[in-house]
Design a protein. Sequence first.
Length: 180
Amino acid sequence: MTGGLGFNPVKGLEHLLGIWALRFLIAALVVTPLRDLTGINWFRYRRALGLLGFYYVLFHFTVYVVLDLRLDIHAVWADIVRRPYITIGMACLILLLPLAATSNGWSIRSLGPRWNTLHKLSYIILAGAVLHFVLARKSLTLEPATYIAIAAVLLGYRIVRKPLQKWRRPKRHNQPVRQT
């Protein structure tokens, strides 16, 4: 009857939505290294993946507030203040709001280069989301360690991306043309 969500279906649904939110956030950040390193270009899907991540975060939060805490705003606030992983999760949700609001063609055109700067918040959000997940699990098992490793590789790639691209580009030398 609970669809395999376990003895506490509300917590099961909450955790399932959170895991998928994390997966979509990771998938959105995989697009750039995938293109750079393999030539597979999924840029047209990156915005959709990011928005799916946002919607799943929103659903995750909604299940937590509505089904788990039954709209008790005082309990929500107490959890935010008392539990660091919920504080981090709320911060990530708040940081996602401007990204979701500006993930449309009009915003991209009107913000210009500032749009790219704003959307670099996704790196902080991914780090926070992984930390939220690990702290919520309360133990470092294979699954949280896997997400830590994936996030570390994706965020680390952003650091080495420009030097790596310069190294991979063929060097052109301005050599004079020989006339025979």
